[in-house]
Design a protein around this ligand. Structure first.
Ligand SMILES: C[S@@+](CC[C@H](N)C(=O)[O-])C[C@H]1O[C@@H](n2cnc3c(N)ncnc32)[C@H](O)[C@@H]1O
Length: 330
């Protein structure tokens, strides 16, 4: 088994469709104590659009901070790329951050091939359209979970040119520390000497700011979280009464993460026919839907070192408290 297979979040049953995997994960998650649903299931078509709206909110500094860093450090980042350049982006969303690098390459008259890996078809289509504005950049889309997509992309890398993996937006923060360690190690094992990783991580900031970023006054982050239940109603024929679940976020200082939950307003039973189960909720019972880990800048370098990456550079945007770390593959 390769390192990437070891962290694969592909359905265990060979040939299982996305729907079968969703149904299986939902049964497993909602019959566990405490109940949970995987964060990756937020990103159906509406969820991907709601996430784009979150990026525009004044209380969500990640996108503005990281984009500012990419613009500011574009020369150093592009200087690390071969010609033609090869980029692999994991969970790139709408592709707007990638477009900052594509614009820099275009200005320098350089060509690139970009592998986009995203579990959301909507995000992948949006990113492909965004990058299509740069004709010298060829796009290969992989609609897949990270590990599967990375395996496919790595299999297509030109043997004689170095590649850079982009893992931006603090996507890594949705992985628990042990999962993050394993996934970084798997990325490192899949890359070759000379390849690199550009890792975006949100840094610890005041609790009040963190809570506003994940529970905003307009209710967009709440809609993003509750849309998970809308998705289960549509895709698995579930009968969640959306009004009966509220959005809650908690700063877990010990674990250094913002935890997102859906909270049942009342005692109720929800049936999910396509998953073959009915689930009882007590009043106030929670479904854990996401953790967003926040880092100290030096801890990011330590985490990468544990996975075998060597330090290249680190840039910090102080207003957003966000770090971009450039790492050399083992
Ligand atoms: C929080 S958004 C961030 C998007 C982008 N990196 C940014 O900084 O704006 C996470 C993105 O990763 C994708 N994603 C989430 N979990 C994933 C998984 N397990 N495998 C592949 N893609 C995933 C989502 O569809 C979404 O486009």
């Amino acid at each position: 088994m390769t390192a990437l297979e070891a962290v694969s979040d592909r359905p265990a049953t060979t040939g299982a469709s996305h729907d079968e995997a969703l149904a299986r994960d939902v049964v497993e998650g909602l019959t566990s104590r405490p109940k949970r649903l995987a964060a990756k299931y937020h990103y159906d078509a509406l969820g991907s659009q709601l996430f784009e709206a979150i990026c525009e909110l004044p209380w969500y500094p990640i996108t503005r901070g990281e984009s500012a860093l990419l613009r500011r450090e574009s020369a150093a980042i592009l200087g690390r790329l071969d010609d033609p350049a090869t980029l692999v982006e994991l969970g790139g969303g709408n592709g707007e951050k990638l477009a900052i690098l594509a614009a820099g390459l275009a200005e320098q008259g350089r060509a690139a091939t970009v592998h986009l890996i995203d579990i959301s078809e909507t995000a992948l289509a949006r990113a492909s359209r965004t990058v299509a504005g740069y004709p010298s950049v060829a796009v290969r889309g992989h609609c897949a979970p990270y590990a599967d997509g990375l395996r496919a992309a790595v299999g297509e890398l030109p043997p004689d040119r170095a590649a850079m993996v982009l893992f931006l937006g603090s996507n890594i923060g949705n992985l628990a520390p042990d999962e993050a360690d394993r996934f970084l190690a798997a990325i490192g094992a899949a890359l070759r000497p000379g390849d690199s990783l550009l890792l975006g991580t949100d840094l610890v900031k005041p609790e009040e700011d963190l809570l506003l970023a994940y529970d905003d006054p307009l209710g967009v982050t709440a809609a993003f979280n509750r849309n998970l239940l809308v998705r289960l109603n549509r895709e698995l024929d579930a009968d969640f009464d959306i009004e009966q679940f509220t959005h809650r976020v908690v700063w877990n200082a010990r674990e250094s993460c913002v935890e997102s939950y859906l909270v049942s307003r009342a005692e109720q039973t929800v049936c999910i026919p396509a998953a073959g189960c009915c689930v009882r909720f007590a009043a106030g019972e929670t479904i854990w839907t996401e953790s967003s880990y926040k880092y100290r800048a030096d801890a990011v370098v330590d985490m990468a070192a544990r996975a075998g990456f060597a330090y290249g550079a680190q840039w910090i945007e102080p207003d957003a408290a966000f770090a971009l770390t450039l790492l050399d593959a083992p």
